[in-house]
Design a protein around this ligand. Sequence first.
Ligand code: SAM
Length: 238
Amino acid sequence: MRRDVRPDPAFRFHQRDLSEYRDADLNPYLKLHLAYGPPVLTADQAHAARGRWAETFGRAAPLHVEVGSGNGFFLAGMAGLHPDWNWLGLEIRFKRVVQTAGRIRAAGAAHARIARYDAFWMGDLFDDGEVSGLYVNHPDPWPKPRETRNRLLARPFAETAARLLASGAHLRVKTDSVAYVDGILAVLDGLPFEVVGRSDDIASEGPPWPPDDDVVSSYQRKFLDRQAPVHALWIRRL
Ligand SMILES: C[S@@+](CC[C@H](N)C(=O)[O-])C[C@H]1O[C@@H](n2cnc3c(N)ncnc32)[C@H](O)[C@@H]1O
């Protein structure tokens, strides 16, 4: 089965009547994310925003999307660097959605949202060419050969990215896994992308993009502190 069309029970979980569940059985962050309001978007709200993101943000602006936002440090930081763009994070874990929402609020970033969404289904959220920038920081590496099929940045993701990114838009990836870098380059083959730059050690070489146009993510910080190399790819949609 293709990972991008797998059934995802968690995606629909909140649509069910919560009274069906004993309170003690519910993830408290699931309930928190439902009650949070902006900047949190539930999966249904994100889904309904397809083609209407300007309405969701209350303004028309280039849409930049981070996949797997974790605790939101990168998303809130980048929203601060680019107040003229709309920023959307996609995160699957309820607790991290709530953490990211807290960071967005603390940063006063009214032009940022965090959606609880499984990024394997990212294609459902955007019309063709609706996205101006896509960012993936330290995606789960799944390093063992039998786990490779779990990687998010596989061929279906690359095909979806080619569809939703506008011509001239970029995809920026940072990862601690060099095998993942090579895997991404392989899945881009034959798609309308060009590699603008690559770094195999951001600490010594700098990132391939302008260094002042970046925020060190929380996972990146862990690897930098251990003096482990962080790899980066800067890719442009042709
Ligand atoms: C290793 S952490 C990196 C977090 C953050 N990007 C950073 O660099 O600090 C990977 C993140 O991706 C999220 N994630 C994993 N699979 C996902 C999916 N299918 N859709 C959305 N988020 C996902 C995880 O919950 C986690 O927060």
